[in-house]
Design a protein around this ligand. Structure first.
Ligand SMILES: [Zn+2]
Length: 247
């Protein structure tokens, strides 16, 4: 069987060390997500499962140049704490934890690090710190959510309600119907936006996300500029930029 292991935790220390010494590993992905309520019908693992999938499959396309750190699966979810079962971290704790993982990779000699996110609540906290972290680490450090890579025309074409990522509605229901349909509790869908979810839509949206993340990594390794700012796609059909600035 060909070796397509990409997770750091799946390598022995010898394998990791030798790949670093030989200049094989050129970039690392640090997946960040959440364990939080996803309405009545999606499981709380949703964002973590998605970002891990995108990171793993993008890294495999560039194997063995890219490794994936252990996903950080509890994020900033204070806004959902009224729904019991949600797990949250304070923004400063979350950011510092992400920083420490990036710093571990930097200390191993990794020069290109992509923090790949799968949960909206993490975006602003990291955007507020990313320039400082890049400077402190002295490496090529980027932050993007996996949906940042979508072409707006694709979103318009595939989605009926252009809101993306949204929360447990058309987009997330569609992609989970592809990645693991057993995790979509269809009998419990209780809102119109989630009812728009379909497997066909999910199939059209997963591959471009993997390809887009792989393309960011390729550009980072090549030392090229990446023009993919953090965004969300609004139900109004517009793209909204996200910065760390207070609103
Ligand atoms: Zn989500």
């Amino acid at each position: 069987m060909p070796d397509n292991r990409v997770f750091v935790g799946d390598l022995t220390r010898k394998e990791f060390r030798e790949r670093m010494e030989q200049g094989v590993i050129q970039a690392a992905v640090v997946p960040t997500a959440a364990t939080e309520q996803h309405n009545e019908h999606l499981e709380m693992i949703h964002d973590s499962l998605h970002v891990t999938h995108m990171a793993e499959h993008a890294a495999r396309r560039l194997h063995p140049k890219v490794v994936v750190a252990t996903p950080i699966t509890i994020g900033v979810s204070e806004h959902w704490m009224t729904h019991v079962g949600t797990l949250t971290a304070r923004p400063e704790i979350f950011c510092e934890y992400v920083y420490d993982v990036c710093n571990s990779l930097k200390r191993a000699g990794v020069k290109n690090i992509l923090i790949l996110n799968g949960h909206g609540g993490n975006v602003k906290p990291i955007m507020r710190r990313i320039d400082e972290y890049r400077e402190k680490l002295g490496v090529n450090l980027r932050f993007n959510s996996y949906w940042d890579v979508y072409d707006p025309d694709l979103v318009k074409e595939v989605m009926e309600n252009d809101r993306l990522p949204g929360h447990a509605d058309e987009f997330e229901t569609s992609t989970m119907l592809v990645l693991d349909p057993n995790r979509v509790h269809t009998a419990d869908i209780d809102n119109d936006a989630a009812a728009l979810g379909s497997r066909e839509k999910g199939e059209k949206l997963i591959e471009p996300a993997v390809a887009g993340v792989a393309s960011i990594l390729e550009k980072m390794i090549a030392g090229e500029e990446v023009d993919r700012p953090p965004v969300t796609f609004g139900a109004d059909g517009r793209i909204h930029m996200i910065t760390g600035d207070p609103v």
